[in-house]
Design a protein around this ligand. Structure first.
Ligand SMILES: Cc1cc2nc3c(=O)[nH]c(=O)nc-3n(C[C@H](O)[C@H](O)[C@H](O)COP(=O)(O)OP(=O)(O)OC[C@H]3O[C@@H](n4cnc5c(N)ncnc54)[C@H](O)[C@@H]3O)c2cc1C
Length: 479
């Protein structure tokens, strides 16, 4: 993975840049010593790291605007950052950039239960949004597995999803409005505490824009009343393809579970060692969860059982209590941590039509043999959002490059079968160079033109999302 050469003039000007930033923010909100900035050198795609020039930690929208105005005036690149859990390298800094982290912007600004919304500063973690409203019987639906750590800022920038998004949709379906600071420091309001607004759908544009168009400092989020009840079943199969076919049949039958999660044997074994969730010894398992009243749950689960039985499952376990439900989910929620315990891994994120699952799982197995690298599959199967985890050894020369080539082949396969390069993790640097596989030159040009409007100097997160050769002429104007 290549990054553009840092601008030496900016690096040389570090003392005056730091002094300028220190005039805009409290002393402890500007970090510039290497030991202080080291935690910001990478995100969760830890294979790539680079020390930024400085890190700023504003507390208010006005402070964010002041920093951006300063950086805009001096043509200093800015990398927006939430909690740094991106798996696509979205918040990876460059050596000539200022990382603007919203981690200190965590306040709840407004809650309105009759109208079902909450307004928060975007540094607030995903899980703490639900925590702020659950005593009143509400929750915030998008639930990335990283929800303990990741911030609403990153969720909006990546249009994040999670296990329960099959029913409730991803971030864009639960976002009502944002406060956005543009690169020149202009503060704008987009959307609000209502269903839709007139004019162009700028909210749709901002959600998923990966820190390319502005910095989101506040968000109005839809909150929902907690469902009456929920119950998961765990179904084990003797082959990945059979589990894939079962998912396809459940969706075809018109049932809408709240979640359908898939894990294959390597992932089950690692998870059992790590979390001891009591999963069956099988090649693949599904966790299917449905919601509603007891009657509704019984009806849906009866149908799901009937479909599953047609695929000869080796295990079918229906939760009978809150403790059993928690145990069924425990393994799935610990899966990434468990894999990290046994090897370095790169977590991919592609989306395919659900009906292509059996074929794609088989091809991934064949590619794994071809490259000689292990792969574990854990993903949101209900909406076709796959997360193959490629295992490699970061200390073995050549292994990372092999892993990258394997990953690229999987993502090309996703596009080939009618899917796309990302389901929820975004493009970042990880999939940047594959954008030409998905988009024709005219499609890409249209996207570049949008960035030109919001960030004409190409200072915001400019080395991400678009292949470097495609964005080269625009980035050159910022130097
Ligand atoms: C163990 C693990 C499990 C995960 N599970 C899921 C999952 O189930 N579903 C899922 O969707 N993702 C998942 N992720 C990926 C990651 O957590 C999400 O992409 C998350 O939304 C990133 O949030 P963050 O606050 O950490 O963002 P960061 O990593 O800090 O940044 C992500 C992107 O957002 C931009 N950005 C950050 N703040 C702002 C801002 N204020 N304004 C504009 N742009 C901004 C950054 O420049 C970057 O491009 C997982 C990650 C890990 C490590």
């Amino acid at each position: 993975m290549e990054m553009p050469k840092a601008n030496q003039m900016i690096i040389d000007a570090k003392p005056s840049i730091v002094a300028g930033l220190a005039q805009l923010l409290p002393k402890d909100a500007v970090l510039h010593y290497l030991n202080d900035t080291r935690p910001y050198e990478c995100d969760a795609l830890a294979a790539y790291a680079c020390q930024p020039l400085a890190v700023v930690l504003p507390r208010t929208t006005e402070q964010v605007a002041a920093v951006l105005r300063f950086c805009h005036a001096h043509a200093i690149p800015v990398v927006p950052r939430g909690a740094g859990t991106s798996l696509a390298g979205g918040s990876l800094p460059t050596a000539d950039s200022v990382v603007l982290s919203v981690a200190r912007m965590v306040d709840v600004l407004e809650t309105d239960y009759p109208n079902r919304f909450i307004r928060v500063q975007t540094g607030r973690t995903n899980v703490s949004v639900t925590a702020a409203v659950e005593d009143e019987g509400f929750f915030y639906a998008p639930d990335p597995s990283s929800q303990l750590a990741c911030a609403i800022a990153g969720n909006i920038a990546m249009n994040s999803g999670g296990a329960h998004c099959l029913k409730y949709g991803v971030t864009t379906n639960n976002l009502l409005g944002v406060t956005l600071v543009q690169m020149d420091g202009t503060i704008i309001q987009i959307g609000g505490a209502y269903m839709d607004s007139g004019g162009l759908d700028l909210l749709g544009l901002i959600c998923g824009s990966e820190g390319q168009l502005g910095i989101v400092t506040e968000a109005t989020l839809r909150i929902l009343p907690k469902p009456e009840g929920a119950r998961p079943v765990l179904i084990g199969f003797d082959a990945n393809e059979v589990a894939g076919a079962c998912v396809s049949d459940i969706i075809k039958a018109g049932i809408l579970p709240v979640a359908i999660e898939f894990m294959d044997r390597p992932c089950i074994v690692a998870t059992e060692d790590f979390a001891k969730a009591g999963y069956p010894d099988c090649e693949a398992l599904l966790i299917v969860e449905v919601e509603g009243s007891d009657n509704e749950i019984d009806l849906q689960l009866a149908l799901i059982k009937e479909i599953a039985m047609r695929h000869n499952p080796v295990a079918f376990r229906e939760s009978k209590s809150a403790e059993e439900s928690q145990k069924i989910w425990l393994g799935r929620k610990s899966a990434f941590g468990a894999m990290g315990n046994i090897a370095d891994y790169m977590c991919l994120d592609g989306t395919i039509p659900v009906s292509a699952l059996p074929l794609v799982l088989r091809r991934i197995g064949e590619l794994s043999q071809h490259y000689g690298l292990g792969v574990a599959n854990v993903f949101h199967a209900g909406d076709g959002n796959m997360h193959p985890l490629i295992l490699y050894n970061a200390n073995k020369p050549g292994d990372l490059e092999l892993c990258e080539a394997f990953g690229n082949d999987i993502l090309r396969l996703c596009v080939e079968v009618g899917g796309c390069l990302t389901g929820e993790h975004g493009v970042g640097v990880e999939k940047r160079d594959l954008m030409t596989v998905q988009f024709a030159p005219a499609d890409l040009e249209a996207q570049l033109n949008v960035k030109d409007v919001f960030d004409p100097k190409w200072l915001l997160n400019a080395a991400k999302v678009f292949p470097l050769d495609v964005s080269a002429s625009r980035r050159a104007t910022s130097v």
